[in-house]
Design a protein around this ligand. Sequence first.
Ligand code: ADP
Length: 353
Amino acid sequence: MTATLLEHTRETPDQSPLDELVSVAPATTGGPDAIVVDGLAKRYLNGTEAVRGISFSVSTGEVYGILGPNGAGKSTTIGILGTLVRLTAGHAAVAGFDVATGARDVRRHIGFATQEIGVDDLATGNEFLVLQGRLHGLSRRDATRRAHLLLGLVDLEDAANQRIGEYSGGMKRRIDLASALIHLPPILFLDEPTEGLDPRARVAIWETLERLNAAFQMTIMLSTHYMEEADRLCGRIGIIDRGLIVAEGTPAELKASIGGQTLSLRYAPDSPAELLARVRATLLARDDVLAVVASDGHLSVEVEETAAVTPELLRVLQREWAAPQALSIDQPTLEDVYLRSTGRGFGEEELAA
Ligand code: ADP
C-alpha cells in the first residue's frame, strides 16, 4: 500500500497530528550520513570569500547546528546544501546526492525554511499549505489533510483561515516551517529559524523541532547566532568564523575543551567604562588569567582554576578600589569556546559585522 492510501485510512480522531504524519511519512532512506561536506568553498562574484573550505558530516537523525556571528558564512553554507547557492570549490552530498550535479534529487529529500520568509501574505495559512502540497504532487484531498495536520503540528489551527499577512512574526515562522514539511522530507534545513523572535515564540519553534526529530528521526541542520539555541537544540555544533569551522563537537565536548573555569564579575550598570577597562587591563596583565571578555558591566574571566585564583584577584581589585558588586563561578559556555577558538568575543564580531 502506498503512503498516500495509508493517509486516507488512518484518519482516526484520537491520533495526534504528529502520530498521523509519522504514519504517512516515507521511511528514512539513505545511508548513515545524511549530509557530507568536503572542502566546501564559496566565492561570490564580488570576490567575497564567504566559505573558505569547510568539511563536516551529519548523521541521519542528528540535529546539527552551524553557529557563528553575522557574516560568518552560515546562510551561504546552508544555501549551498539546499541547492539555492552554487558552490565554487569542494563537494557536498545531501541524502546521497551531489548538490552540484543532483540538485533535483536533493530537493526531493529536503525541506528548507529561510530567514526571508517565502510565504504569500494574501493567502490564508490553510490555502498556502494546500497549494504547497499540490505543488509537491499531492492530490487535493491529501494536500488538504496534510495541511490540516501540519497546522496542528505547528499550533496554528485557530489561525488556519486567517491571512498570513495578519500573522505575527512567530506565526509566520511556524507556517513557513509547516510548508517546508509538506512533503515530509527526511532532511530539514533551517536558516536562523528563530531570528528576531521573542523568547516564547522561540521556545515554540524549538519544541516543534524536537518533536519532529524524535518522531521522524528527521535530520535537522540549522544555522544560528544564538548560543542558547545551539546549546539546547543541537546534538552537535560546528562553530563557524569568517568562512572556516574553528571548532566542532557536542555542546558538552566543546565546553569541556576549554579546560579552565570562568569567573563572572558584575559591576553596577552605570559603572564608568573607564573602571571596567582598568579592571580588564589589571586582570589581563596577570599570568593566572587566561582571557577576559567584557560586556554590559559584566566581565567574564577565564582562569585555570577558580578556587586557587579568586581570593587573590579579589584582593588586587579591592586594593585598586575596583571590587565587583557580585561574583560567581560559571561553567564554560559556547561563548568561551568561540573566544578561545578565534581570539575574539562573539559580540565584538557581531558588532563589526
Ligand atoms: P551569515 O549567514 O553567517 O550571516 P552569510 O553566508 O550570509 O553569513 O555571508 C557571508 C559573507 O558573504 C558576508 O561577508 C556577506 O556579506 C557575503 N555575502 C553573502 N551573500 C552574498 C552575495 N549574494 N554576494 C556577495 N557577498 C555575499
